[in-house]
Design a protein around this ligand. Structure first.
Ligand code: FAD
Ligand code: NAP
Length: 318
């Protein structure tokens, strides 16, 4: 029986593993099907991790996180969790994609969420070289320059507002004539002098060269094309929350989630199921930053230690 099963080996899962094993839990295992490090390993440069003065790649930033955690006893299993279920006695059963099973007293879901791509030419080719899915991460690189934002939901409008404080001009490209985001938020955007809304327009192609993005072609309603000379293109067309492991046989989730699938937690990363925690980008209201995911993981680990000690004390009292 594991004390603590960690699902996902990104910053949240790895930070949780370090604190749980260093904090005295004996059986701590982290399940991650790929190389640990999480989605930040796709980034060629990170310059906002506190204390990290040099700009480093995501891969370099995460390199020491796994050995640091395993040094204190955390185990890494290269396997994907297919389903987490809770048994009558309050413990958890993990069913793995490999067919194996594991039992655990407490579980942390740290499986992240991934941005959707819009599907136009050049988008993937220039990802990380002018195409971005994170304004907090990359907005600063476009200080005083022009950028384009794709999307019409809450995220696109919120991030366009954030970018409007940094960029000289923000083009917001939306495929319909009405935004999904609430009118009050859209009004705040419209009030910004350096924002231009390009409605009923679809991104057709990101253009660029060796140095990165040089512009974006958009197709307008009448079929004509417009060239926007932007070095930065931000895509906010929704996210895929990686919550599959929580899906139960009846089609419901093991714990409470938001209507778009993010796990609901309190300030201590507890879900509404005792012994089940969530941390990082998979949780509701996550700022989607490495430092925040790591902090969530640490909080969850400290809470799991307290939970397990309480459970063990209860059982010893019986
Ligand atoms: P993730 O990093 O997404 O890790 C989740 C892990 O869970 C993954 O490794 C996945 O394989 C695993 N997993 C999923 N499902 C299962 C399952 N069923 N079983 C087992 N394992 C599973 N943040 C910054 O702070 N600064 C930046 O400059 C920055 N730049 C970024 C650039 C890019 C290109 C990207 C993509 C992200 C960037 N971010 C940045 C955001 C940052 O990467 C995330 O906020 C952070 O990685 C979230 O950590 P996490 O541990 O919650 O999730
Ligand atoms: P979203 O609501 O799904 O919006 C995605 C937007 O991208 C839509 O405007 C959609 O256009 C557009 N889009 C989708 N695919 C596209 C494509 N291939 N090409 C061009 N445009 C495309 O996603 P989100 O904004 O990330 O929000 C997700 C959820 O989180 C929502 O429920 C939202 O309310 C919530 N959220 C809330 C807040 C908040 O309350 N402050 C903040 C952020 C997110 P259409 O409109 O035409 O479909």
């Amino acid at each position: 029986m594991l004390d603590f099963a960690i699902i996902g080996g990104g910053p949240a899962g790895l930070a949780a593993g370090l604190y749980a094993s260093r904090g005295g839990l004996k059986e701590v295992a982290m399940f991650e099907p790929g190389m640990p490090g999480g989605q930040i390993t796709q980034s060629s440069e990170i310059e906002n991790y506190p204390g990290q003065l040099e700009v480093v790649s995501g891969m370099d930033l995460m390199e020491s996180w796994l050995p640091q955690a395993t040094r204190f006893g955390m185990r890494h299993e290269m396997d994907e969790v297919a389903r987490i279920t809770r048994r009558e006695d309050g413990t958890f059963l993990l069913t793995m994609v490999s067919g194996k099973t594991h039992e655990a007293l407490s579980v942390l879901v740290a499986t992240g969420s991934v941005p959707k791509m819009a599907g136009f030419a050049g988008e993937k080719e220039f990802l990380g070289r002018g195409v971005s899915t994170c304004a907090t991460c990359d907005g600063f690189f476009y200080k005083g320059k022009e950028v384009a934002v794709i999307g019409g939901g809450d995220t696109a409008i919120e991030e366009a507002l954030y970018l409007a404080d940094l960029a000289s001009k923000v083009y917001v490209i939306h495929r319909r004539d009405a935004f999904r985001a609430p009118p009050a938020m859209v009004d705040r955007l419209k009030a910004r002098e350096n924002v231009e809304l390009v409605m009923e327009a679809k991104p057709a192609e990101v253009c660029g060269d060796q140095s990165g993005v040089t512009g974006l072609k958009v197709t307008l309603k009448d079929g004509s094309e417009r060239d926007l000379p932007v070095p930065g293109v931000f895509i906010f067309v929704g996210r895929i929350v990686r919550n599959n492991a929580l899906l139960q046989e009846g089609g419901h989730y093991l714990c409470e989630t938001t209507e778009w699938g993010e796990v609901k937690v309190d300030l201590r990363m507890h879900t509404d199921v005792a012994g089940l925690f969530a941390a990082g980008d998979v949780r509701e209201h996550a700022p989607k930053q490495v430092v925040c995911a790591a902090s969530d993981g640490v909080i969850a680990a400290l809470e799991a230690i307290a939970y397990i000690n309480e459970e063990k004390a209860k059982n010893e009292g019986n």
